[in-house]
Design a protein around this ligand. Structure first.
Ligand SMILES: NC(=O)c1ccc[n+]([C@@H]2O[C@H](COP(=O)([O-])OP(=O)(O)OC[C@H]3O[C@@H](n4cnc5c(N)ncnc54)[C@H](O)[C@@H]3O)[C@@H](O)[C@H]2O)c1
Ligand SMILES: O=C(O)C[C@H](O)C(=O)O
Length: 364
């Protein structure tokens, strides 16, 4: 008898609990008002990276799975039809987070009200071309687009330059958009950072998600310095230095560095086109970490305006290790730099100084 009463009581309690749970869930969905959409500009949106990145953004890979977005896509007149096609596909994909799409060849319309600008548009490097060859084609584009962004984007717009020469294009954009805070103009070296993580993971057969704190110093070019001196791998007995686990300084100081430095060229050789899916994914990683923050104890590499940290001359957009919090990046301070690293960090800074003067000579 007692058992039956107890069973009845438990059933009633479970029923009331389930009912209450349903009511709370229902009320929550009423209270859970959708966030305001963020407007993201992608220039060169009819190109390869553009085609790869717009669905990523519309799926929440850049700003989060609960963040609605409006996409502004800019390209030039010869690509207008292709751009229309990309717009059609975005509509057809019925992305729940996508609250609007503008596809235009008008820079003013494209830049109006944008909160995040991903600058992919430009002339890509083809097989056999040096990055310097594409300089003159791209610096004039970045000078013009700097003014459009300065005049028409949201006042706190965050800018990521992807198009090569990425550091120097970002510098030109910064110089010709003086009212955009320099902290808001960055360039993409996250692809190189991710490539370095990938090489380590392949070499010692660990998950790439367990490797962290590599650094890309300098230019997004073959002089960049991928540095593993502070990198670690998560193991069952805690984080271990990459150098200790790999235990092959010869490989780390030579083949590893050149593989990462030359990866872009290797992909061009293999695909006859420059990297696109990995570049798009890295651009999403860059903006996501910048806006939403880097995980505790983890840094990432970003091309940012040098403040003189680590003896790198101010006035260059140089890739540093950064932490991000509340929408701001800050350069990781106090890392020990050995003589080998110093030389490599200075060599890539020298190349950036040369690129800067070449860029200015192209503008004259
Ligand atoms: N930083 C990095 O890690 C990284 C990685 C890969 C590629 N890239 C660079 O990204 C850029 C784009 O690469 P892609 O493969 O998508 O090239 P792509 O040629 O496929 O696309 C470039 C697009 O830009 C458009 N465009 C040209 N001038 C423009 C302008 N003034 N305004 C707006 N759009 C313009 C073109 O019409 C084209 O649709 C290249 O410069 C490439 O070298 C950088
Ligand atoms: O387009 C290039 O020059 C290569 C690209 O920057 C890459 O790193 O894949």
């Amino acid at each position: 008898m007692d058992h039956i009463v107890l069973l009845q009581k438990v059933s009633v309690a479970l029923f009331i609990f389930a009912l209450l749970w349903k009511i709370v869930k229902h009320m929550w969905s009423f209270l859970n008002v959708e966030k305001e959409p963020v407007t993201v500009l992608v220039t060169g949106a009819a190109g390869q990276i553009g085609y790869a990145i717009v669905p990523m953004i519309a799926r929440g890979a850049m700003l989060g799975a609960d963040q609605p977005v409006i996409l502004h896509m800019l390209d030039i007149e010869p690509a207008a039809e292709a751009l229309k096609g990309v717009r059609m596909e975005l509509i057809d994909a019925a992305f729940p987070l996508l609250k609007g799409v503008v596809a235009t060849t008008d820079a003013v319309e494209a830049c109006t009200g944008v909160n995040i600008a991903v600058m992919v548009g430009g002339f890509p490097r083809k097989e056999g071309m040096e990055r310097k060859d594409v300089m003159s084609k791209n610096v004039s584009i970045y000078k013009a687009q700097a003014s459009a962004l300065e005049k028409h984007a949201a006042s706190d717009c965050k800018v990521l330059v992807v198009a090569n020469p990425a550091n120097t294009n970002a510098l030109i954009l910064k110089e010709f958009a003086p009212s955009i805070p320099e902290k808001n103009i960055t360039c993409l070296t996250r692809l190189d950072h991710n490539r370095a993580l990938g090489q380590i993971s392949e070499r010692i057969n660990v998950y790439v998600s367990d490797v962290k704190n590599v650094i890309i110093w300098g230019n997004h070019s073959s002089t960049q310095y991928p540095d593993v001196n502070h990198a670690t791998v998560k193991t069952c007995s805690g984080d271990k230095p990459v150098r200790e686990l790999i235990a092959d300084d010869q490989w780390l100081n030579n083949e590893f560095i050149t593989t990462v430095q030359q990866r872009g060229a290797a992909i061009i050789k293999a695909r006859k086109l420059s990297s696109a899916l990995s570049a798009a994914s890295a651009a999403c990683d860059h903006v996501r970490d910048w806006v939403l923050g880097t995980p505790k104890g983890t840094w990432v590499s970003m091309g940012v305006y040098s403040d003189g940290s680590y003896g790198i001359q101010p006035g260059l957009i140089y890739s540093f290790p950064v932490n991000c919090e509340k929408g701001n990046w800050s350069i990781v301070q106090g890392l020990k730099i050995d003589e080998f690293s110093r030389k490599k960090m200075d060599a890539t800074a020298t190349e950036l100084m040369e690129e800067k003067s070449l860029a200015y000579s192209c503008l004259n």
